[in-house]
Design a protein around this ligand. Structure first.
Ligand SMILES: [Zn+2]
Ligand SMILES: [Zn+2]
Length: 138
């Protein structure tokens, strides 16, 4: 099974990619906290044109903005609401998969944390992780 294969909660949207992930990060921004309903999102960057979707007519899109106004297209399953993919104007060519939708999440082990400025005080980030106060690209 490729590393990048997954689906939303109801299973109507599925995706896969044969490409190797470019990066994995934990994002503590306020918008990810709201969108995911929890304290952060875990994202995997992958070449957007390598992603193949099934059921993508069920994908809805919320047009969000990054800190400096660039578009952040947050795509989710219209049926069950699972956030699946974000396309970020300031990171062209990459798609950011919400890692909780992967079939196999055991390999993730994210070591980069972005938007640490808005991380919840009770979230522990290991001392040897890369900690970025905001987002270097937006
Ligand atoms: Zn769904
Ligand atoms: Zn975020």
């Amino acid at each position: 099974m490729p590393k990048i294969a997954g689906s939303c909660l109801c299973g109507s949207v599925r995706y896969s990619s044969a490409a190797e992930p470019a990066m994995t990060a934990v994002c503590h921004c306020e918008n990810c906290q709201r969108q995911t309903g929890t304290a952060f999102s875990i994202i995997v960057g992958i070449a957007a044109d390598s992603l193949e979707f099934e059921g993508d007519d069920n994908l809805g899109e919320f047009l969000d903005q990054g800190e400096t106004g660039g578009a952040v297209r947050r795509r989710f399953c219209r049926n069950c609401g699972s956030p699946i993919l974000s396309l970020v104007e300031s990171a062209p060519g990459l798609g950011f998969i919400k890692a909780g939708t992967l079939e196999d999440r055991s390999w993730l082990n994210p070591t980069m944390h972005i938007w640490c400025d808005t991380a919840q005080p009770w979230v522990e980030i290991s001392d040897d992780a890369v900690k970025i106060p905001r987002n270097p690209t937006t």
